[in-house]
Design a protein around this ligand. Structure first.
Ligand code: DAT
Ligand code: MG
Length: 149
């Protein structure tokens, strides 16, 4: 079963959107398999956003993600990597569709509320970066037959 890494960024936490955001993935039918509330070290932030190291916004990105606690999560489901990105919406909240998390709650690209892995390779490396194996819970919701054929 596919897994992805999601993180509610400091703006989502400060704006008390944790429950609202988690609710959207739960009601969609994805399964939570890892969850922790944590401060992000500079080292972890720079590693997580390593692909953006040369971009002009890299420093502010690291500053932002380390500015307050985040909710780090792993979610599971068929097609969850692309599916969660759909729930999240486009990178810039101003162009993200209404109905998406960023489209409904965001107004600035530097405050776009949530991170989601963008491909199977990044999902795998981000899960390994943020979570130890023993922090992930293998379980199958009993209602699965009503969510998935
Ligand atoms: P996403 O978070 O949708 O995967 P990304 O990986 O391209 O987007 O960029 C990571 C984060 O960097 C993004 O959530 C917000 C910030 N960012 C991206 N492009 C930016 C830009 N042009 N100006 C400012 N911040 C930007
Ligand atoms: Mg990205």
């Amino acid at each position: 079963m596919e897994r992805t890494f999601l993180a509610i960024k400091p703006d989502g936490v400060q704006r008390k959107l944790v429950g609202e955001i988690i609710r959207r993935f739960e009601t969609k039918g994805f399964t939570l398999v890892g969850l922790k509330f944590m401060n992000v070290s500079r080292e972890l932030a720079e590693s997580h956003y390593g692909v953006h190291r040369e971009r002009p916004f890299f420093a502010s990105l690291v500053e932002f993600i380390t500015s307050g606690p985040v909710v780090a999560m792993v979610w599971e489901g068929d097609g969850v990597i692309a599916g969660a990105r759909k729930v999240i919406g486009a990178t810039n909240p101003l162009t993200a569709e209404p109905g998406t998390i960023r489209g409904d709650f965001g107004a600035n690209i530097g405050r776009n509320l949530i991170h989601g892995s963008d491909a199977p390779e990044t999902a795998q490396s981000e899960i390994a970066l943020w979570f130890k194996d023993e922090e992930l819970v293998n379980w199958s919701p009993t209602i699965m037959g009503w969510i998935h054929e």
